[in-house]
Design a protein around this ligand. Sequence first.
Ligand code: HC1
Ligand code: SF4
Length: 570
Amino acid sequence: MVRLTIDTIPVEVPEHTTILDAAASVGIKIPTLCYLKDINQIGSCRVCLVEIEGLPQLVASCNNYVEEGMVVHTNSPKVREARRENVEFLLSRHNTTCTSCVRNGNCTLQSLTRDLGITELPFEPKLMRWKWPKDYPLQRDNNKCVNCLRCIQVCSKIQEVDIWDLVNRSSHTAVNVGGARRIENSECALCGQCITHCPVGALSERDDTARVFDALADPDVITIAQVAPAVRSSWGEAFGVSPDVATEGRLATALKRMGFDYVFDTDFAADLTIMEEASELLDRMQHPEHGPLPMFTSCCPGWVRYLKGHYPELTANLSTSKSPHQMFGAVVKSFFAERLCVDPRKMFVVSVMPCLAKKAECEEPNQADACEAPDVDCVITVRELDRMVSEEHLDIAMLPESEFDKPISEATGAAVIFGATGGVMEAALRTAYHTVTGEAPKPDMFSDVRGMKGWKEATFNMAGTPLHVAVASGLGNTHHLLEALESGEVHYDFIEIMACPGGCAGGGGQPIHDGEERAESRGEVLWGLDRKADLRNSYENPSIQALYSEYLEEPLSERAEHLLHTDHFG
Ligand code: HC1
Ligand code: SF4
């Protein structure tokens, strides 16, 4: 143990503890900006500076370690002045139009400026000429970048995709797409992890809320919302409302108040996906000529983009099942449009998702099977949903609960766990087990695939046949898994991959809490909903059974193949 003094308080911490962590251990908060624990500890912003007696210069507390007998001052006049000058320098190159910034109220630079008592800018901000494709799902504004390098580190260390890099020299140094590429031509998976780890408003999603409000205001358009599994665990966070209050029932009411004609639950389509995907897995196991093993889940478009960009030779291993929200769009614009006797081209389907990649997915030509229009017209993130809730001046806690519209909203516990890592695998195994054995799976018999470990594996006995499965979340873990698979080090039959660490619960479209990871706690909410569900297996869903008997016939039928599947090569 190391003994030192911080702000006159005696502190005892293990060796190799940073000064920042040592101070935190006794409740002393040192402000930070670029710091991200275990990911970015480079001290580049010089905000976490502290004074150490006997040292002439101030040091960054995030990457300097405690020493026996050290005497540290975290907020001396010298420290305060240096911090203030450093932040004023950042502000001299920052577009400080905070009132209209997407991160207004949730920006670490903004709160630092307030906490350091900076009420006047000593310099007129000098902004750079900056161009970025306005229609790209991921938006970057370098006039709001503080060069903290977090996006570079997250993309490189966690996702191992390496899109961002430092470009130019001296005072022109900036973060941009590396390798002189344009973002549209890079291998960006659109996982959005750079956005959720950005402390300021430099990175954001393309804002599609105006398109949604326009559709809602048009009396000739039938507006339909669908809500992803993981949204119910997180949509209240921006308002400080817990998931117990910000329920799916209140979310359905909020969307109705916005004016949506129909509000559906994507969970229904997650059950539908399982019916198709589990059938496809069993079909590939019985008929190898129908598709290669291991079969990969295909519901995460970030993963699909990554695979096609980095391992195109494995594209045929993807399940041909479309992602649930795309299946939903196809069912709405075929089955539901026929039931309503309306032209599906008058429908405007909005998917509310914790995801950035789905903004690109819905625009792909192979996702328009029900009519000549895209099956899903627009995807908004949870952050955009929350901005719409604000624009509608809705008080979440005061909203009554309402049900999703029928007949395509009923869902089982197997559907809601799609939003957590391991959930798609477990849901598929429950239904596959029933198909193979004719018996209902015991609750939680496949729980080995749960949990936050980045790469999990398990073997299950399916009526005498061992089924080897793996689950990975985060593209760095995915990279390691695929390398081991291609080298023959590991052998699996079925693999679930989600691009975001922790799955959609940690999705790139989720609310941002700077320096905090919420994937695990949101996932717990979803597993809890599964435990409470009356029905926990997709094949038990009565609305899914009705859809097959009235319209689709059976999994992998001709109509199901046309509406619900794609070969991913398009
Ligand atoms: Fe997901 Fe999915 S679970 S991909 O993670 O398969 O976004 O929540 O909607 O489509 O159902 C996201 C979440 C979501 C799809 C489902
Ligand atoms: Fe989107 Fe979920 Fe995939 Fe992340 S894990 S890219 S949120 S689908």
